[in-house]
Design a protein around this ligand. Structure first.
Ligand SMILES: [Zn+2]
Length: 329
């Protein structure tokens, strides 16, 4: 289970701010947590609830072992409600259900917390229902609205909430989260570096596509430096069929950037930084065949390839030109 201390470094503005209001017992009635997937919005919402209800907390840090902490962790605390989109949206009935639940329970207990995940997915009528709730809370309530798209929230909801901007996760933290989700270590660091975004990274793992793309990039680039004729065939037989859509084509080029960067790291003796860390031997071999100046030029050529791709030049033509220019040095 995570503690506040685990998040202090990753969210150096948000966490101290929240802790100070917890310590002074002066929390706002509603907070908007905005930030991309993996930035810790849900973890911190859960910590807020634990700090609030823990019967054995140390200043602000919840004990994580009492029955309140455990019930919040498992999603079974009667006074902590989490709402998520059902299908594409959060519907008015879901907000109304929450309000009834609170009205009913307010007789028994004092405080309640509700967390709305993907709050921007509320329908207009759901948002209006919530608005009334924010204006006339029944008893002591704390609303935590989590979103990756704050611009889509109603201005009237924003004006009644305190907005907190979460920093995006570092690639290191992102990689660790991906590993927790079952992605193997080499691949997790690679995807974190490639996308810088948990949702995009998971999209690529889901399809199993990036595993294949990674191995094709390694093969293609190795051949380009050692057996260029073979590289032309690998391009047609493996690369082009794998890069079916624009996102994949851009990701493919981004992988070549990471590959060239690893080659550059090898050239300057910084092998510890390799993203393709399991391929150090290959980079050592190729680093002897080229120079820093040529690699830098190749990186510039990939940028040019990206530009051509966004100008709708066909992927085959873009790649043929790119491989040719890299090969020519
Ligand atoms: Zn506790």
């Amino acid at each position: 289970m995570e503690t506040w201390n685990d998040w202090k470094e990753a969210q150096p503005q948000v966490v101290p701010m929240l802790l100070s209001s917890i310590k002074k017992n002066r929390m706002a009635h509603a907070y908007i947590f905005e930030g991309q997937a993996g930035s810790g919005k849900q973890s911190i919402a859960q910590l807020m609830a634990k700090s609030y209800f823990c019967t054995n907390k140390d200043e602000y840090e919840p004990c994580l072992t009492c029955s309140n902490c455990n019930r919040i962790e498992s999603g079974n605390h009667p006074d902590v409600h989490v709402i998520e989109p059902e299908g594409q949206s959060i519907k008015k009935e879901q907000i109304e259900f929450l309000q009834k639940e609170f009205a009913y329970r307010s007789v028994e207990t004092s405080a309640k917390i509700y967390v709305i995940n993907d709050a921007n997915k509320m329908t207009v009528s759901a948002a209006n229902s919530l608005l009334k709730f924010l204006e006339e809370p029944q008893g002591e309530t704390l609303a935590l609205l989590l979103t990756e798209q704050p611009a889509q929230l109603l201005p009237t909801i924003k004006s009644r909430s305190q907005q907190l901007r979460f920093l995006p996760p570092t690639n290191e933290r992102l990689a660790k989260q991906l590993m927790n989700d079952g992605v193997d270590k080499n691949h997790a660091y690679f995807l974190a570096e490639l996308t810088g975004n948990k949702e995009a990274a998971l999209q690529l793992t889901d399809a199993d596509w990036s595993f294949q793309a990674r191995s094709v990039v390694l093969q293609l680039m190795h051949e380009l430096y050692t057996r260029p004729d073979q590289a032309a065939m690998t391009l047609v037989d493996k690369w082009i069929p794998l890069m079916g859509n624009r996102l994949q084509q851009e990701t493919g080029l981004e992988m070549i950037v990471l590959w060239l960067r690893d080659l550059l790291y090898t050239q300057v003796g910084k092998q510890g930084n390799l993203i393709f860390s399991d391929c150090q031997k290959q980079f050592d071999e190729i680093a002897l065949l080229t120079s820093q100046r040529v690699i830098s030029q190749s990186l510039a050529n990939v940028l040019e390839a990206k530009r051509q791709l966004s100008a709708n030049v066909s992927i085959q033509l873009v790649m043929e030109r790119l491989l040719f220019t890299i090969q020519e040095g």
